[in-house]
Design a protein around this ligand. Structure first.
Ligand code: ATP
Ligand code: MG
Length: 512
């Protein structure tokens, strides 16, 4: 099937083919494709009345809900850029994004399903809205808080080809530095919607769980758009909670579950080591977004009685670069084959292709590559080369079947006494310890100009293990220079709304 020009073509196509088919379900009610399309049209009219113009940035603060879905399509319909911000961010973080994006308007969404009079999703966003003069306004989804008009917002030029118009401005996790604003076009997002739908073998009878935040590109393109592309139904969950996920799997007949490794680790913890496979209608489970430890993968596969598929990507690639194929599940640490339509190169420090099987810096080209970093021409030039190649900043190798393995990130490389240590390798070994729920390894600058390896670990409350015992365990499995100088236990590692560990914070902690 040909791709529509704009995002809105996805629900409209199904509103014609199967108007009564369920598109969204938020736990309380569902919206058919016809109802969703009507809500999008009404929302677009409301945005125009709020003086949101083509080329303006529209910021939406909230957590997964039907209104957020409608706002994404409505903004895209009027050529505005959607800037989705998670309602759990602090007011300071929201401010940074507001300043950087120069949004014309901010809309604060009500917490879905809580039924209370509280008009905003969290105390943080309520405080933020108050400071930005937000007032209640009627919407197709109840009352929204709408911030004052930013008269200084200058619209960006609108692309003559709607497919190349920016649809979403999405901020990266900030693992290696300040989050960067990634400009993704309609074509970027539609391409990934089609690929994710195909590679998951989705049909209109599928029910996919939307527990990943659609404020991030994985939840937006792969889960939300991918599901609607197939005419299937998206079950919206505002935030991850293990018991809510287990209940939805049991009661809602979910067939598709996509998450991040940390989410699966929490599910296992919640079940307290149950070995009986869960009874469910799930037919496809998937983890992506951060490294999936083989030990975790094995436990999840046992729990669900299904292969756990794995995929790799980044915000700049909308996000998918590779994914394991439905008919070729793998038991190793591979992140799968490069998706159709996308090319990769593995290069050495001199920019030459590495020998087959060797590790190299991964470059990507294809219809999923971003238009650039917003307001960061230097960063954009540093990451992108002529001919459409993007440097991922990840080191990978590829086996004879073309399957990719991630070795680590160039920016995270720790050089200890002249030896290279990729944190990922140490984390993988730590995560395989039965008592370790999650771990994160960072470098610490030592006085002599050298770097030390520091590990942060989260321990499963059902186990007891001391840092000394973990040191001994690592010493049996890793070369001495890879073993951490210090292992620090934390109740919970700092994480983004997507579940990704915020390593920037840990690097600062390690330094002290
Ligand atoms: P920033 O770019 O701001 O430092 P970030 O790179 O963590 O933050 P994202 O775009 O959310 O922001 O994450 C992309 C990165 O996540 C990839 O470059 C890669 O390092 C890592 N990653 C994603 N999926 C996987 C996976 N399946 N296995 C290993 N690493 C992964
Ligand atoms: Mg990155």
């Amino acid at each position: 099937a040909t791709l529509p020009a704009r995002l809105g073509g996805i629900p409209r196509r199904w509103a014609e083919r199967a108007p009564q088919a369920p598109a969204l379900h938020d736990g309380a009610r569902h919206w058919s494709y016809a109802e969703l399309t009507t809500a999008i049209d009404e929302t677009a009219a409301l945005l125009r009345a709020l003086e949101v113009r083509p080329g303006d940035r529209l910021m939406v603060v909230g957590e997964n809900c039907a209104a957020q879905v409608a706002l994404i399509f409505a903004a895209a319909d009027i050529d505005a850029w959607i800037v989705n911000v998670n309602g759990r961010l602090s007011a300071r973080e929201v401010d940074q994004i507001l300043d950087h994006s120069g949004a014309r308007r901010v809309i604060y969404l009500a917490a879905p399903g809580d039924g209370s009079a509280l008009p905003t999703a969290s105390p943080e966003s309520a405080a933020h809205g108050q400071r930005h003069g937000a007032v209640p306004a009627p919407s197709p989804f109840g009352t929204w808080m709408v911030g004052a008009l930013n008269a200084h917002c200058a619209p960006e030029p609108v692309h003559a080809d709607p497919a190349q118009q920016v649809a979403a401005l999405i901020y990266t996790t900030g693992t290696t530095g300040q989050p960067k604003g990634v400009m993704l076009t309609h074509r970027n997002l539609l391409f990934i919607a089609a690929v994710s739908s195909t590679l998951r073998g989705l049909t209109p009878t599928d029910r996919a769980y939307g527990v990943l935040p659609i404020t991030h590109v994985y939840g937006l393109a792969s889960v939300m758009l991918g599901t609607l592309y197939a005419g299937a139904c998206l079950y919206l969950c505002p935030r991850f909670a293990p018991d809510a996920v287990l209940k939805a799997i049991r009661d809602d007949g979910l067939t598709i579950l996509q998450g991040v490794p940390a989410m699966y680790a929490r599910l296992l913890e919640q079940l307290g080591g149950a070995t009986e496979p869960l009874a469910s209608r799930l037919r496809f489970i998937y983890a992506g977004g951060s490294p999936l430890a083989p030990s975790l993968k094995a436990q999840v596969q046992q729990l669900f009685g299904l292969p756990l598929h794995n995929g790799y990507g980044m915000t700049e690639t909308s996000p998918t670069i590779s994914q394991t194929r439905l008919d070729q599940p793998r038991d190793d640490a591979s992140v799968g084959q490069v998706i159709p339509g996308v090319e990769v190169r593995l290069v050495d420090a001199g920019g030459d292709d590495v020998a087959p099987g060797e590790g190299g810096e991964l470059w990507v080209r294809g219809p999923n590559i971003m238009a650039g970093y917003y307001r960061e021409p230097e960063l954009t030039a540093a990451a992108m080369r002529d001919g459409g190649w993007l440097n991922t900043g990840d080191v990978a190798r590829q086996d004879a079947d073309g399957a990719l393995f991630i070795v680590g990130r160039t920016k995270e490389l720790i050089i200890r006494s002249g030896f290279n240590v990729y944190p990922l390798e140490v984390e993988t070994v730590l995560n395989a310890h039965p008592a370790v729920t999650q771990s994160a390894v960072v470098g610490r600058n030592a006085a002599d100009g050298n770097e030390e390896v520091v590990a942060f670990v989260e321990i499963d409350p059902r186990h007891r293990v001391t840092p000394e015992e973990l040191q001994q365990y690592l010493a049996g499995l890793l070369s001495p220079y890879k073993c951490p100088s210090e292992i620090i236990e934390m109740q919970a590692l700092p994480a983004a709304a997507t579940g990704k560990i915020l390593k920037g914070q840990l690097r600062q902690l390690a330094q002290k």
